[in-house]
Design a protein around this ligand. Structure first.
Ligand SMILES: NC(=O)C1=CN([C@@H]2O[C@H](COP(=O)(O)OP(=O)(O)OC[C@H]3O[C@@H](n4cnc5c(N)ncnc54)[C@H](OP(=O)(O)O)[C@@H]3O)[C@@H](O)[C@H]2O)[C@H](O)CC1
Ligand SMILES: [K+]
Length: 445
């Protein structure tokens, strides 16, 4: 293995092999030595598989998870490109990049400029995150494929459980691909892993008390946010989530159901943004909050020509609206919900549930106990959930598509409460989380 100085990385100009003679072997491992810094060793592990072998149906859909967390920043892009070029040109299989720092993912999103070769025009999924949870999510996209190629600093190689050195590729059964990814993370002995505690730890789930505490802290003198600001970003995340899952061509009519608290405010903001996005929202808000902020948000919706149904304790207007809607945004109760459900929502929730329309719930599905989950028959059973700030304890077992929004949590607060939030992709207000049956262990605090 060549020793390099810290300004360059020498990647062997290996061309794609067409020979069927070679069996599995590593094509790249490079070391970087830094004179001023403790010697850091870079090891890129690329497994080249014989074309004849790779093309057998048995392992046609091979995926590779390449861990970039072990690589010094300045060299990650080269290595990534090189790895991709090798993997694609040789094997033509899928590739998952694991723990790619955001700066690399942004600089080199989905296109590759391979070192010493023509850019392969092949599908790439980049794992633009640094936490286990998202790893498992990404791995889920590749369920049924599976192989992990791994290399670690210091010349030591730790393979995923069940994979021995020299095996270099293995197949994960579809149902265990996520576990495989987790096992890999857990069993990997990266020398400086301790320094990476935050990036390796699972996302924190909040109980109702902690959610309220964080909310207060955000709006304290130290947090320095106003409610308007937080609500605006929360509502925008809700609108973005709905628009991501339900396109406006097929689901133009959105019934936005708003509760009396701040979550109702999120709903009003979301309705406005959905209007901006080209949807036709209608607002059902039977108990509008008395605060000035709700009045202003309603006025903003009126200015957008968004219909707001007359507040009423009876549910007739809701019944009618349900018959002319394509999708529901449930912004009724959030983390301050205290069971049991009271009027008029006790009559409304069953109507919404029985409408058969897809439901996108905000923060906590309405009627769910914030800490315990779905324990009441009246509770909604949404298809999509957008958690705000961090998911709540009660939604651990939520089975639908789960997004995280509320991209306003400052680093100091994230660290203070050990939230271990996943990285939001690019400029998006939301990040999709793994489904309940796909996620591994998460921190119960
Ligand atoms: N930091 C963040 O994550 C932010 C989140 N936001 C959103 O705000 C909600 C929490 O808002 P909050 O006002 O504290 O509470 P809720 O929206 O959950 O609503 C509480 C009101 O609901 C009524 N309520 C409670 N329990 C029941 C029940 N069993 N039956 C009927 N009604 C109930 C009650 O109103 P009353 O008028 O009846 O007293 C409560 O006042 C959070 O989940 C996010 O969605 C912020 O927008 C931004 C920051
Ligand atoms: K809700």
């Amino acid at each position: 293995m060549p020793a390099l100085n810290n300004a360059q990385i020498a990647l062997p100009a290996v061309r794609p092999r067409t020979s069927a003679a070679a069996s599995i072997h590593y094509v790249s491992s490079a070391f970087i030595s830094a004179p001023t810094v403790h010697v850091s060793v870079l090891l890129v592990f690329i497994c080249m598989l014989r074309r004849a072998w790779i093309r057998t149906p048995k392992i046609r859909n091979l995926a590779a998870i390449v861990d970039f967390s072990v690589l010094p920043l300045g060299h990650q892009q080269d290595v990534r490109n090189y790895a991709a070029w090798q993997l694609f040109s040789m094997a033509r299989h899928r590739l998952v990049f694991h723990r790619v720092p955001a700066c690399i993912a942004t600089a080199c999103p989905l296109t590759l400029k391979p070192v010493g070769g023509a850019s392969p025009d092949l599908p790439i999924r980049t794992l633009n995150t640094v936490d286990n949870t998202s790893t498992s999510h990404q791995a889920s996209c590749f369920s049924g494929y599976g192989a992990i190629l791994g290399g670690y600093p210091g010349g030591r190689i730790s393979w995923p459980a069940g994979v021995s050195r020299g095996t270099s590729a293995f197949r994960m059964p579809p149902t265990t691909s996520l576990r495989g990814a987790h096992c890999w993370s857990r069993h990997t002995r990266v020398p400086w892993r301790k320094q990476q505690t935050n990036t390796m730890a699972a996302m924190r789930y909040l109980n109702a008390k902690l959610a309220q505490q964080i909310d207060e802290e955000l709006m304290s003198a130290a947090g320095a946010f106003s409610l308007d600001q937080l609500m605006e970003l929360a509502g925008l995340a809700c609108a973005q989530t709905l628009a991501t899952v339900y396109n406006k061509e097929k689901y133009p009519r959105v019934l936005v159901c708003c509760g009396p608290g701040n979550q109702g405010g999120d709903g009003l903001v979301a309705a406005r943004h959905l209007g901006m996005f080209g949807y036709k929202p209608t607002i059902w808000m039977p108990k509008p909050g008395s605060k000035d902020i709700y009045k202003r948000l309603q006025q903003q919706c009126t200015n957008m020509k968004i219909q707001i149904l007359e507040p009423s304790q009876d549910t007739q207007s809701l019944r009618t609206a349900l018959t002319s809607s394509d999708v529901i945004l449930d912004a009724i109760f959030g983390f301050s919900f205290k069971p049991p459900v009271r009027a008029p929502f006790d009559a409304a929730l069953p109507l919404i549930a029985q409408s058969g329309l897809p439901i996108v719930s905000v923060d906590v599905p309405s009627g769910w106990n914030v800490d315990l989950g779905k324990v009441d028959d009246l509770a909604l059973n949404p298809d999509v959930l957008v958690s705000l700030t961090a998911p709540k304890e009660g939604v651990r077992q939520f089975k639908g598509r789960h997004f995280l929004g509320g991209r306003f949590v400052p680093k100091t607060l994230e660290e203070k409460f050990q939230l271990n939030l996943p990285e939001y992709p690019g400029i998006s207000q939301i990040v999709e989380l793994p489904r309940a049956d796909e996620s591994g262990d998460s921190q119960k605090l």
